[in-house]
Write a protein that binds this ligand. Structure first.
Ligand SMILES: N[C@@H](CCC(=O)N[C@@H](CS)C(=O)NCC(=O)O)C(=O)O
Length: 202
């Protein structure tokens, strides 16, 4: 088994934190994205989307999509439960994880792609789309701040995969010009807490 990884990538980081929370270690292969390796034939044969992470099993199966990889490890190693421990918890974690992907991580990713000089010449950039995505991300952060006034973690009393998705998305925002505004004290408290976990640097 091995993990095709990208040390600086938001989605690969989700999987690495998840594995660290489970106390698991999987051999990793760093893909040279700056050098274009992920767009060459040998990597496209592994994942036609050209993205990381991808988990390669010993029988040659490839699992892409961070959440699918995390689910696979949850099934194999249920403790500690990061997708919920009963049907209700599982539904709530699913709901919150999806919201964190769509409402938090995605607009921050779009703001990064459309506004950052890093992507100039590599991706089509539409600054207006970037500004709109940034505005959306900030509005969603304000909403999440209200949610976190009444509970310690995104989906309830326990740290779950929804926290991992959100913390990785918000870390991207912090590093690329869309940090959590200081007045969002609940979200800031939560972010400080989750990013202080020993697994956060995985
Ligand atoms: N939906 C995928 C997204 C994977 C993804 O976009 N990975 C980025 C790194 S964070 C990547 O590999 N980008 C390379 C590229 O698009 O060329 C997941 O959740 O794993």
């Amino acid at each position: 088994m091995k993990l095709y990884d990208l040390k600086a990538g938001t989605n690969p980081r989700r999987v690495r934190i998840f594995l660290a929370e489970k106390g698991l270690s999987v051999p990793r292969v760093e893909v040279d994205m700056p050098g274009g390796e992920n767009r060459r034939a040998h990597y496209l044969a592994i994942n036609p989307m050209g993205t990381m992470p991808v988990l390669e099993l010993d029988d040659g199966t490839h699992i892409a999509e961070s959440i699918a990889i995390c689910r696979y490890f949850e099934e194999l190693h249920p403790n500690p439960p990061l997708f919920g421990a009963n049907p209700l918890e599982r539904a709530l974690v699913e709901m919150w994880n999806r919201r964190m992907e769509l409402e938090i991580a995605r607009p921050l990713q779009e703001a990064f792609v459309h506004l950052s000089p890093y992507w100039a010449g590599k991706r089509e950039q539409v600054p207006e789309a970037g500004k709109l995505a940034q505005k959306t991300a900030l509005a969603r952060m304000a909403w999440l701040d209200g949610e976190l006034a009444t509970r310690p973690f995104i989906a309830g009393e326990r740290y779950t995969v929804a926290d991992i998705t959100a913390q990785c998305g918000l870390l991207l925002g912090k590093n690329t010009g869309t940090p959590i505004p200081a007045e969002l004290t609940n979200l800031s408290r939560w972010f400080a807490e989750v990013t202080s976990r020993p697994t956060a640097r995985a």
